[in-house]
Every structure is written in structure tokens, then in C-alpha cells.
Design a protein around this ligand. Structure first.
Ligand SMILES: C[S@@+](CC[C@H](N)C(=O)[O-])C[C@H]1O[C@@H](n2cnc3c(N)ncnc32)[C@H](O)[C@@H]1O
Ligand code: SF4
Length: 460
């Protein structure tokens, strides 16, 4: 793959960088974002919200498995490394208990259209444990015939005999973690993963009827170079995954102590933008279409169709075709999203266990949505998914005046002046080349956002 200098260092790029603030910006998997959650929302609140759910609405389930086979130093997920299987076995028994309590609190057997196993590394589960979880879901919920069932896997710890259970349980999509194939980067981040094992896993899954495959990459990791990242991109391209997620490295060492084990300074915004552009250059030139802020999918894929029909969603798992309004999170740290608001489960496994043993749902905090939050959440979601939004239409839906957005609109000026945002008749569209600025532009509509300077500037 040739990487043109123009693409990497054009004047426009400098202009874009000038619009990137020197503070980090949320990824908006929810609005308001998780730091706004508070402990006044507890399991009583959650139970009352669950009771109010419309039983005719379909729901989605997210199951969190907070265990991994080895610790990647860059990781920002809620997970831990276990050398024995016993803690996983105990955790699975807790999941079963949580599903059981949830089932009892809900007033009927809800239809489930999506189930996502995330983590951590859910593929660390033994087939028997996965089977037990699916059986307990079936007991309490009605899994629809066309339910989409997905799992995040780490190929380094994936035992191929798990596929028998994946097939039996109806899993139809798999997300594979790769991040970067460079030897130097892999050594630095403590994630040795050969291309061969990744390829073998992809082939094995396809041979076993699991053809929806996503691959996760990270740009902005220390020690990435144009040459090594080109190599990673080319290798991924030969595997032809249906989707590719290219996450910008989130460096949050004050929250994730493991990141302090990376002994090299993180890259600056200029380099991050360069690697972001390389990924988009590679995939857009090889039959993929961009969606959201940093994702790519085969042009013929259903997600691109949904993008065109404005049916794309963004939730805690990222971009999804899942259009249910109710997402129920199960497992330590998982977040549920209901029409009334968000609730998050306890993160610490010992506390999660203690609460479940008292037959209580393990809620630690949450957020009750106000009407204005719902309005801003639509604006941010539409920008994050489609790069455009019609502000008049949004306010009309809630019978509000367009003046609601006056102060937000003022903050758009630098983006409009630089010609990265088109704003006419209250329709806001971000130009495709300004995709790296989408999160920054969304923050203009975040009523709770307080820029916080830190040593690292990750607007991109
Ligand atoms: C739960 S993990 C995926 C599955 C599996 N554990 C694996 O790593 O192969 C989800 C993804 O989050 C991304 N991720 C984790 N920590 C990150 C960070 N600090 N910055 C950006 N992306 C991150 C990685 O791309 C990772 O594949
Ligand atoms: S990136 Fe995946 S495998 Fe690595 S520590 Fe995080 S969750 Fe575990």
C-alpha cells in the first residue's frame, strides 16, 4: 500500500489539528457519559424502571466477562487476568443468579433480538459455562429466531472446540482483537499475537458458518511507525473481515494502572491523525465504506445499508444495527440503557458477588434522563453515526424551541469558519474529511462536558 505524503501532511491536516483541543474528549457511547452517573440511582430505581418496561418491546442483552488470559498493557477495559479457571466458574454462577433475579423482576418474558458477550475475553469460557449462560437466558427470556448473537474473542486463547457450542447456541458474529502486528509494538504492549494465529482463527470461524467477522485495531500506540502500521493494515486487508474497528489508543493511566507499564510516551495528535488517515486510506481504497467515527465495513454489508437508511445505533458496545430501545447489561461493570435512564452494575467482583448473594440486583450507580438529555443525546448520536443532524427536527420531536441550541450553535463557529461544518437552516453536516473532528464537535452539544487538561491530548 502506498501512503501519499499529501494524505498525511496536507495543509488541511494542520488546520484540523488546530481544531483539536488539548484535552481529551469522550467517545460518546452514551449521553450523558458514564462520569455523570451517580449513586442516587440504585437497585430500587432500576427495579422500578424495569417494571415500567413495555412488554411488547424487544430487548438486547449484554453479558460482561471480566477475565483474560494475559494482560495487555494498553487495555482500558474492566478485566483481570486469571491463571485458574475456578474464579471464572464462580463468576458464571453469579451471572446465572443475576439472570434469574432479573427474570423475576421483569413482568413478562421479553423478546430478545441481540445478545453480545463482551469483556475482557468471553471466549475464555468453557463450552459448558457458555451453554449454561445461554440456557439460563432462554429460561427467563424469549430469544427471537433471528436473534443476533455475538462474542468478542482473543485468538491467542481461543480453543477451536468452543465453536461447537457457538454454533449450537446460534452465535453468528465474532469480533477478534488484533490491535497491531508489529513485533516492537506487541512487545511494548505485552500482546504477542502472530498473523498466522489470527488468520487461522478467521478461516476456522468461516469454515464453521460464522461469517460475520469484525477485527479491532488500535492506532496511536507507542512505537507505531508508518511502515509497521502499513504492514498491519495490509495484513488485515488480506483477511477481508466484514468490519474493522480502528480505535484511537485511549491513554488513561490515572484510571488504568497497567498502562504505566508501557515505558514509552504516547503519540501526539499529529501522529495519531497520521495513523488514523492511513487506516482510512487503506480500507476506503480496498472496497470498504466508512461509518461512524472510525469504523469500516464491506460496501455490501447490512450495516452500510442501515447507515444509508439512518438505522445505525451507538451504544456501550460501539456501533450496532441493534435498534432495540432497551439494553440490559449483565455482569460486573456492565451498563444497562432503559427509556428512563442508565444503570451500571458494581465493578468489583467481590462486591458484585456480595450483593447478588443478598438476592439484590448489583447496581452501583446510574443516571435518570431528563427531556433535555434525550434531545442532546439524539443530536450526539446522529453526529456520531451519520455526521449530520437536523436540529429543528430534533426539537420539533420534543415540542421545544430551536433556541435551546443557541449557545451550542455559537460554539460551532470555528468549525464552520474552517469549512469543516456546513450549517444551513439548522441542519448541521460534518464534511467527511473532518471525520476525526466528530467527537470534538459532539462535545459542543454535551451540556456536562468540562474540558480537563491532562498531560495527553487525545481529541483524535
Ligand atoms: C474487550 S476487548 C476485545 C476482545 C479481546 N479481549 C481481545 O483483546 O482480543 C475490546 C477492544 O477494546 C479495544 N481497547 C482496549 N483498550 C483500549 C484502549 N486503551 N484504547 C483503545 N482501544 C482499546 C481493543 O481494540 C480491544 O480489542
Ligand atoms: S485488550 Fe482484550 S485481551 Fe487484552 S487485556 Fe484488554 S480485554 Fe484482555
Amino acid at each position: 500500500m502506498k501512503v501519499s505524503k499529501k494524505l498525511l501532511f496536507s495543509n488541511n491536516e494542520k488546520e484540523i489539528l488546530q481544531l483539536v483541543p488539548d484535552y481529551s474528549v469522550p467517545r460518546y457511547t452514551s449521553y450523558p457519559t458514564a462520569p455523570n452517573f451517580h449513586d442516587k440511582i440504585n437497585n430500587d430505581t432500576y427495579e422500578s424502571w424495569l417494571k415500567k418496561l413495555d412488554k411488547n418491546k424487544k430487548i438486547s442483552l449484554y453479558i460482561h466477562i471480566p477475565f483474560c488470559g494475559s494482560l495487555c498493557y494498553f487495555c482500558a477495559c474492566h478485566t483481570s487476568v486469571v491463571n485458574k479457571y475456578k474464579p471464572i466458574e464462580i463468576y458464571v454462577s453469579l451471572l446465572l443468579k443475576e439472570i434469574d433475579i432479573l427474570g423475576k423482576k421483569l413482568k413478562s418474558k421479553f423478546n430478545v433480538s441481540h445478545i453480545h458477550f463482551g469483556g475482557g475475553t468471553p471466549s475464555i469460557l468453557k463450552g459448558t459455562e457458555l451453554w449454561l449462560i445461554m440456557q439460563s437466558i432462554k429460561k427467563r427470556f424469549n430469544i427471537l429466531k433471528d436473534c443476533k448473537i455475538a462474542m468478542e474473542i482473543d485468538p491467542r486463547f481461543f480453543k477451536q472446540n468452543l465453536t461447537i457450542i457457538l454454533n449450537d447456541c446460534g452465535f453468528d458474529r465474532i469480533s477478534i482483537g488484533v490491535q497491531d502486528f508489529s513485533h516492537d509494538v506487541q512487545t511494548l504492549i505485552n500482546r504477542k499475537q502472530s498473523f498466522e494465529i489470527t488468520k487461522e482463527t478467521v478461516i476456522h470461524l468461516r469454515e464453521n458458518n460464522i461469517s460475520n467477522i469484525n477485527i479491532d485495531l488500535i492506532y496511536g500506540l507507542p512505537k507505531q511507525t508508518v511502515q509497521t502500521f502499513t504492514n498491519t493494515l495490509e495484513k488485515i486487508n488480506t483477511l477481508r473481515p466484514d468490519r474493522i474497528s480502528t480505535f484511537g489508543y485511549a491513554h488513561v493511566p490515572w484510571m488504568k494502572k497497567n498502562q504505566k507499564l508501557i515505558k514509552v510516551e504516547p503519540l501526539n495528535n499529529e501522529d495519531r491523525l497520521k495513523f488514523y488517515r492511513m487506516a482510512s486510506h487503506c480500507f476506503l481504497n480496498n472496497g470498504y465504506e466508512a461509518f461512524g467515527i472510525d469504523h469500516y465495513a464491506e460496501k455490501s454489508s447490512s450495516i452500510i445499508q442501515n447507515l444509508k437508511n439512518r438505522n445505525l445505533q451507538r451504544n456501550f458496545q460501539g456501533y450496532t444495527e441493534d435498534d432495540s430501545e432497551i439494553l440490559i447489561g449483565i455482569g460486573a461493570s456492565s451498563i444497562s440503557s432503559l427509556p428512563n435512564g442508565y444503570v451500571q452494575n458494581i465493578t468489583k467482583i467481590a462486591d458484585y458477588m456480595r450483593t447478588l448473594k443478598k438476592n439484590k440486583l448489583p447496581i452501583s450507580r446510574g443516571y435518570k434522563l431528563k427531556t433535555e438529555d434525550k434531545i442532546y443525546s439524539i443530536v450526539i448520536k446522529e453526529l456520531m453515526c451519520y455526521l449530520n443532524t437536523d436540529l429543528k427536527q430534533v426539537t420539533k420531536k420534543f415540542s421545544k424551541d430551536i433556541n435551546l441550541f443557541s449557545s451550542n450553535i455559537k460554539k460551532l463557529k470555528p468549525f464552520i469558519d474552517a469549512d469543516y461544518v456546513n450549517f444551513q437552516n439548522f441542519v448541521l453536516s460534518i464534511k467527511p474529511e473532518a471525520r476525526p473532528l466528530v467527537r470534538v464537535i459532539c462535545s459542543v452539544f454535551d451540556q456536562y462536558f468540562e474540558p480537563q487538561n491532562n498531560r495527553y491530548s487525545f481529541g483524535i
